[in-house]
Each structure stands twice: as structure tokens, then as C-alpha cells.
Design a protein around this ligand. Sequence first.
Ligand SMILES: Cc1cc2nc3c(=O)[nH]c(=O)nc-3n(C[C@H](O)[C@H](O)[C@H](O)COP(=O)(O)O)c2cc1C
Ligand code: SF4
Ligand code: FES
Length: 643
Amino acid sequence: MGIPNLFAYIVCLAGKSTLRVVFFAAWHEKPNGCYLQRPILSVVCNGIGRPTSRRASSLQTAGAFSRETGAVIFDDLRAIQLRCGFLPKAELEGLSQRTQTPLYQIHSVASFYPHFHLVPPPKADIRVCADMSCHLNGACEVRADLERRFAGSRPEDVQIRDVSCLGRCDHPPAVSINDRIFSDVTAEHAEQIARGAIRSETPHDPHPEQPRVECKADPYGDAEKYGVVRKLVQSRAWEDVLAQLKTAELRGMGGAGFPTSLKWDLVRRQPDPVKYIVCNADESEPGTIKDRFIMTHLPHLLIEGMIVAGFVTGAKRGFLYIRHEYHLQEEILGEEIRRCNRAGLLGKKILGSDIDFDLEVFVSPGGYICGEESALIEAIEGHRAEPRNKPPFPGQIGLWQKPTVINNVETFINVPQILARGVDWFAAQGSGGSRGLKFVGVSGHVARPGVFEVSMGTTMREVIFNHAGGVRGGRPLKAFAPSGPSSGYLPASLLDVRLDFKALAEAGSMLGSGAIVVCDDTTCMLDMALNAVRFYRNESCGKCVPCRLGSQKMTDMLARWTQSGLSDTQYRADLALLDDLSLAMSSASICGLGQIAPAPIQSVLKHFRGEVDAHVLRGQCPSGICFSAASRAGEAHRVGIRP
Ligand SMILES: Cc1cc2nc3c(=O)[nH]c(=O)nc-3n(C[C@H](O)[C@H](O)[C@H](O)COP(=O)(O)O)c2cc1C
Ligand code: SF4
Ligand code: FES
């Protein structure tokens, strides 16, 4: 089936499916890419989806932000949820009348983000992370055990569901109970907390103190920080900054690897006097935990990188967009911003100059798709986080239609490193021709999961065996994902591939966000491919057909392969359809989520074809994981995680 045929097939599927209603409703509601006549800030309780400046009144920019984003409605919604525990219909109708905002517009936002409750939540809302690192570390068993423990409980007391990666991949399995996150959790511990919640006790998430870790990346150590900003305020050598970033060949660390100097230069050249700097700290891809580490231990470098971006491009405001599960990092950054405001490093007339730059933290309303840069912009503007068509790119038309720099946390911290120590120092940090340092998160079946600061160009062997302590229990390594599900899986035979944009691309993978997930010899690679595509299916925003239906179709196909054998002819037909689906998704999806969703199964077919054949043709799972009643029940539970 070629692409046109496949599209016909997909549209036909849409016609038969109940999804048609959603598809065409969205088409009518959002003809011009803007749901809300006046912007409504995404709203949830517990501070999700709003600038922390509104919580921490000491931040100076709250007023400006709320005027610009219509946060009055946001606050109203939040107040409703806090008062009622959810958003009752009558309250939303009242809000609609009071604010003269059509009810469907309020509803379109409230229904998009998983943390809004449109119906009363149970007293104990238990969500078990179902993604890669937790899946490899007993999450299914914890969930099944919890279901046994709460068998017969009333649904208004307790509900157990899966949830996408909670950002604790180095401490699996992770569970959220009433939005509090618990890591390294046993079913017994989770039951205890949930029973407390049923008795109306508020669960307290452990907030372990994190002593600052010294990093090679920090040019300041114990000395005075923000030296780059201090110097630049004097020299105003903006062009020189761009030249240094260009010579250093700094590339984005959020996944796409776009040259940072080009991005900043594009925004600098835009004539519009209003511009924005946004830091993407959404970090929601399974296995990705490096930005959490950086924000904990190097918050000053991140803020300094953002200030420099403001200087160079002429932007006067910045937003630090952080995932809502990172409470500790939100506090650390809020504290650092307040410190900078007091020291005159942020705000009006920085260090006595005529330059202004305000910075505030924006807490994501949730969802992996919010990390896609244009979806992130939509979320800040108070819309559903649906990616925009590109071009135009955010550098031309971004936040509130203004030129906007969006960079990853790690990209920003590279800037002061380069400017403080010079391009030669930066180049010398890499090995094998690569440049700079790299923070990587290592999780899965390793002895010492965590985040490590290594030279760019280090081999995967060194990262996994020297830094992360090797495979847990001394078992043989079977495979590794260099960067979460997006990178697909590579076999142990490619362990000497270097951590580098080019080397990983040549190996058929990608550097991505540096989320290395390790699988030992007990792992079923088809099960891991299914786990990954299921993640994409769950997190697809549903805006475009190839991704929304393609990811479901792919999940169904792989689930079937893990549950029953097929004839040779059926298998060949499935493989042909899978290739067509992959091609359609990678070439016709609006954003990177749909484009990359086929990568895990394609990599498994390339490197572990014998294992897939054994499942499909002989009905055997060489690892003894598939074909069980539990695996069939697992899929049934997992359907429809997104509300
Ligand atoms: C579905 C999806 C999720 C993404 N999530 C993130 C994220 O959490 N953090 C991030 O920096 N980039 C993420 N990206 C990439 C961003 O769209 C964007 O390329 C990046 O923030 C640019 O920063 P950089 O140039 O510094 O890498 C995501 C992309 C997609 C398609
Ligand atoms: S590719 Fe998927 S996530 Fe991206 S816009 Fe389309 S439906 Fe949404
Ligand atoms: S917390 Fe479970 S995969 Fe990240």
C-alpha cells in the first residue's frame, strides 16, 4: 500500500471510528489555530499551568504576566478546582457567563490537560508509571499487586491507572498518588499511602535534600557567579557572543541539535521590538532526567544563559517552562530568580545599565507533547498544547506571535561555559573530535542509575559500564536506547558507538536528549517496542491523522504480535502495512512525536528480527514475557490513558 492508499485507509478508519467526532469537532473549533478569543491560561490545581510568580508573590513580574495571558480566568478555574475538587459543569457555566468566554472554549482547554478533573476524582488517585525505565523495573508487577490489594474497593475511594513517565526514571518504579510522586516504590508502600488518602490524609511527597554536586561544567565553583553577565553588560559585545557560539559549534541539546548561534541570530535580526526567551524544561520523554539534575545543581548557569540570550537578541522577558512534577527544581529556580532580582542581575536596568530582562517560571499543565516547542508556546498562551504547523518557526513568529528563542536547559548552560572559558576550552572537553561536556541520564537494568557528566564523544560502553556500574547483577547486556524511545534500540554489539550527533546518526539512532536506557538479556525487545509505541499513542495530541490513528494502529499490531501467532501470509501483510504506516507517519505527521513513533519497532525489526519472528510465526516469546494472560490484561488497562 503506497502513501495515498494508506491515507485513504486512515481516513476510512476515521470515518468508521468514534474518533471521527473528535477529529471533525477539532477541525471546526480551531479553524485558524486559535481556540480562545481571549487567552485562557491552562489551569489545574496545585499550581500546575501557571507562573510560579503568582504563587511566590516576591517575584516581580507577576502583574505583567497575568494581564498578558488572561490569568484571571485561570485563577477562577483553579479556585473552582481547589474548592470543589474538580470542575463541575455548573461552575464552568457560571465562569463562562462571568467572563463572556464561550463554554466550549473553556472546556477545550480543561479537557486537554490530564490534571484537570472534569468529574470528581477518587479519594486515592493512584497512577503507576508504565514507561521504559519503570517497565524494566517491575512497574507492571507493582500495578498488578496494587489491584489485588484494592480489589473490591469502591471507585470513588480508589482508582489505579497507568501514567506516562513521571521524571523519576533513575528511581523506578515511580507512582503518583493524588499528584504526589513516590519513587523506588513497593506495592505495600503505595497501598499504605493510598489508604491514608482514603482516610482524607494528605500524602506528602518525599522532598529529599539534594546536596549540590560539583560539576566540571560550572566555571565559577565557589567564586562569584554571573561573571559572563557582568562582563557583557560592560562590553555589550553581542556579535562576539554569536561568533563564539558559532565557532564552538554549539548545538541544541533538546533533541533536534539545531545550531544555537543560527537560532539566536535569527531572533536578533527580527525588527519587532518585543521578543521572548523560553527555556524548555518540560523533559517528559521516558528516561530523560538530565535537565532535572542540571536545574538542581547548576540553576545559576541556566539563568545566566537565558539572560545572555536576552542581551544578544534584545528580548526583555523570559519564561522557564518546567514540567509540573519537578517541584523541588521549581523551588530552586524560584529562589535563584529572586536572588538575581535582589542582586540586580534580573529586572529593570540590569547592573545599572539600560538593559531590562525579567524572568519567570511557568509550570507546565502536563503532557509530553508540551515539550514540542510550538505546543509549549500554545500552552503558555493558555490553549490546548497542539503543535503549530511550521514554518513559520518560533524564531520569527513565536510566543504571542513574537520572535522567540526556545532552547533546552542544557543548551543554555553551555553558553556561559563557552563565554567564561573560551571556545578552545570547550572544544577540549570533548573526546574523539567531539566538543563539550554532556549530561546523560542512565536508567533501566544498570547497577547505578543516575545522571552523569561526561565528555561528548565518550563511548556508550564507558558510560554504561564505568559510570553507571554496568548491567545490574552482572547479567549480559542485550540492548540499549541511546535516547529514550525516540532513538530506538541498538544491540550490545554497538556498545562502542560514541555519544555524538554524527556517530549516533551513523549508527541509525540519535543523540537526542541523552536518555540512555539499558536492557539486560532477560528483556523482550518486541515488548519494549510495544511499550514505546504505546507511549507515543498515549501522548499523541490527536491533532493530525497520521499520528493519531497511525500510533493506535501500530500499537494494535504489535500487541497482536505479542498475544497470538500469525500465518506467514498474515505476517508479511502486517510487515508491509507497518512499513507504509511508518512512512506515512514519519513523512506526514505535523510534529516530531508522530514522525519518530515508528523508530522503536523499526529498530527492533532491524536488530532483533529473529525475536519478532519467534513471536509471530512460532507463538514463542524467547524471554518468556509475552503471550501471558497478564500481558493481555496489561494492554486492556493501558488503552485510553489520556482523558
Ligand atoms: C514531542 C516532543 C517533545 C519534546 N520535548 C522536549 C523537551 O522536553 N525538552 C526540550 O528541550 N526539547 C523538547 N523537544 C524539542 C523541542 O521541540 C525543541 O526542538 C527544543 O526545545 C529546542 O531547543 P534546543 O535547540 O536547545 O535543543 C520535543 C520535541 C517533540 C517533538
Ligand atoms: S504528530 Fe501527533 S503529537 Fe504531533 S501534532 Fe500530530 S497528532 Fe499531535
Ligand atoms: S519515571 Fe517511569 S519511565 Fe520515567
